[in-house]
Design a protein around this ligand. Structure first.
Ligand code: SAM
Length: 179
C-alpha cells in the first residue's frame, strides 16, 4: 500500500457506534466515504461489518489513499486505549468552536459518532463531548464539519495510488487515468 503523505493538523481516526449490519448500510457507507474524502486515517466500526469494509476497499483501489475500515468488537476498550484526544460528537455537548483550539493542538484525535441510540457511558469516557450546533442532525454532517475545521479539504496528493483522477470541470464529468 502506498505511504500516506503527512498532513498539517492532527491525525484523525473515527469510531462509529450503533451500526446495524444488514440494515440501511448506506448511512455507514456514507460516513466512511466522508471520513476518507475529508482526511481521516481510518474508521473503526462497531459492531464489525465486512460488507462496509469491502465497499471502502473498492473505493480505495479506484480512488487511492490509505483509508481503511477496521472491526471494533469492544468500543470501550478502543476509547480507553486511544493514545490521543477522544471527542464524542453529540448535540448535547459543548459548542465546537470552544473545543477547536485544543483539538487543533492535538497530535491524534479519535472522533466518536453514534447512531439512533448512544450508550450513556460514552459521555463519561470521552475527553470531550462536542456539539456541531445544538440541534439534532446526522453523524455524517457532524463528522464532516469537524474534519473540515481540523484539516480543510485534502489535496489530490493525499490519495496516492489512485487508478483515476477527476479533472475539475465547470460542466460535465471529466475523469482520466492517473499517471
Ligand atoms: N439523540 C441522539 C444523541 O444522543 O445524540 C442523536 C443521534 S443522531 C441520529 C446520530 C449521531 O449523529 C449522534 O450520535 C452524533 O454523533 C451525531 N450528531 C447528531 N446531531 C449532532 C450535533 N448537533 N452535534 C454533534 N453530533 C451530532
Amino acid at each position: 500500500m502506498p505511504r500516506r503523505p503527512r498532513r498539517r493538523g492532527p491525525d484523525i481516526e473515527v469510531l462509529r457506534l450503533g451500526h446495524r449490519p444488514g440494515r440501511d448500510p448506506r448511512l455507514t457507507t456514507h460516513l466512511a466515504l466522508a471520513a476518507r474524502a475529508l482526511g481521516a486515517r481510518r474508521l473503526w466500526l462497531h459492531p464489525p461489518d465486512p460488507s462496509i469494509r469491502e465497499r471502502l476497499d473498492a473505493v480505495r483501489a479506484r480512488w487511492g489513499g490509505t483509508f481503511e475500515v477496521l472491526p471494533c468488537e469492544d468500543w470501550k476498550a478502543r476509547v480507553r486505549a486511544f493514545d490521543g484526544t477522544t471527542v464524542h460528537l453529540t448535540m448535547y455537548g459543548r459548542p465546537l468552536p470552544a473545543a477547536l483550539p485544543r483539538l487543533r493542538r492535538a497530535r491524534r484525535v479519535l472522533a466518536v459518532v453514534g447512531g439512533a441510540k448512544v450508550p450513556p457511558d460514552l459521555y463519561g469516557l470521552a475527553e470531550l463531548n462536542v456539539a456541531v450546533g445544538a440541534q439534532p442532525h446526522s453523524e455524517v454532517a457532524a463528522l464532516a464539519v469537524l474534519l473540515h475545521e481540523l484539516h480543510g479539504p485534502p489535496r489530490a496528493r493525499e490519495f496516492p495510488g489512485a487508478r483515476q483522477v477527476i479533472r475539475p470541470s465547470a460542466r460535465g464529468k471529466k475523469v482520466e487515468a492517473a499517471r
